[in-house]
Design a protein around this ligand. Structure first.
Ligand code: BEZ
Ligand code: FE
Length: 309
């Protein structure tokens, strides 16, 4: 046997032995979950192990890289508190939030599509009447939003609870200020015909919080932290599937690059600019100020039947 042939065969042998070691470890780890009494948990954990190991083997992860990953996740944990949720941000910028939403909100007839929840929802936003103002003093161009809530058979849904929240024109949600203000958010209920309307602010683009580890990661890979301009909605009504979504502004350049992958074509709306001399839909003149208006008709899918829609 020539020297080269002998070396090649040794290499192949070593390679096979190495692959066996790696494969045996995966089998051992999978086996360690075999006695799990919760079948769903067992399935999820074993699948996670398979994919995690496949990733490590795929990139031949170095020990230094793994340590860096642990440091990164530790930093994500350290910056997270009641007001700052860096894990949600991480899930969002990796598209994991959006993919989970896709899996759990399958298209159903003409039901309105869902998108990311984001970290800025607050449970106890004030109630406003139909036609009320969510701005609460937040700076920005006034925007009249109106629409209807219907089911997929076209029936109006009266009394649907509509939560709306958005950033001000400086790109900040109220909870990002330190003075406990409540602005740019409210909830209202659709009327007896399923219609609703309110005053908000014309949405403007803003960066996701990028002064933490997720922001550093985006910078390292040359990604922008900007989100396309949007207005958040969460709509709930008894017997119907809850909807968490946004509407986006037509012609916004960031529609293609939304850093959390939240944009869906059906959610892009025409926010029509109105001159200051135009009377508003609720019969007012806005004192030299331009305003905009948008329509968003919401269709809710039926609630879960045996866990499926
Ligand atoms: C938001 O739209 O509020 C948001 C969504 C994902 C990450 C950060 C912010
Ligand atoms: Fe947002």
């Amino acid at each position: 046997m020539s020297e080269t042939t002998r070396n090649r065969s040794l290499d192949t042998h070593a390679g096979t032995a190495q692959a066996d070691v790696e494969e045996r470890l995966i089998e051992n780890v999978l086996q360690s979950f075999e006695d799990c009494q919760d079948p769903r948990l067992k399935d999820v954990m074993q699948s996670l192990v398979k994919h995690l190991h496949a990733f490590i083997l795929d990139v031949r992860l170095t020990e230094a890289e793994w340590n860096k990953a642990i440091e990164f996740l530790t930093a994500v944990g350290h910056i997270t508190d009641d007001r700052r949720q860096e894990f949600i941000l991480l899930s969002d910028v990796l598209g994991a939030s959006m993919q989970t939403i896709n899996v759990n909100n399958a298209a159903y007839k003409d039901a309105t599509e869902a998108t990311v929840f984001g970290p800025f929802f607050v449970d106890d936003a004030p109630e406003i009447p139909i036609g009320g103002d969510i701005a609460g003093g937040a700076p920005g161009e006034p925007c009249w939003v109106e629409g209807s809530v219907r089911d997929t058979e076209g029936n109006p849904v009266p009394g649907a609870r509509i939560e709306v929240w958005e950033a001000d024109e400086d790109g900040f949600y109220d909870v990002q200020y330190t003075d406990d203000r409540v602005s740019g958010r409210a909830h209202l209920f659709s009327d007896s015909n399923g219609n609703y309307s309110f005053w908000g602010l014309t949405p403007t683009p803003y960066p996701i919080p990028h002064d933490g580890p997720v922001g550093k990661m985006l910078e390292s890979v040359g990604r922008s932290p900007m989100r396309a301009s949007h207005l958040h909605f969460m709509v709930t009504a008894p017997g119907l599937r809850s909807l968490v979504t946004h509407i986006f502004v037509e012609d916004d350049e960031l529609l293609k690059y939304d850093t959390v992958f939240g944009v869906k074509q059906s959610l892009i709306k025409d926010f029509q600019k109105q001159p200051h001399e135009m009377q508003t839909p609720d019969g007012r003149m806005l004192d030299g100020q331009t305003w905009s208006k948008a329509r968003f008709d919401i269709v809710l899918a039926p609630g879960a039947v045996n866990g499926k829609v």
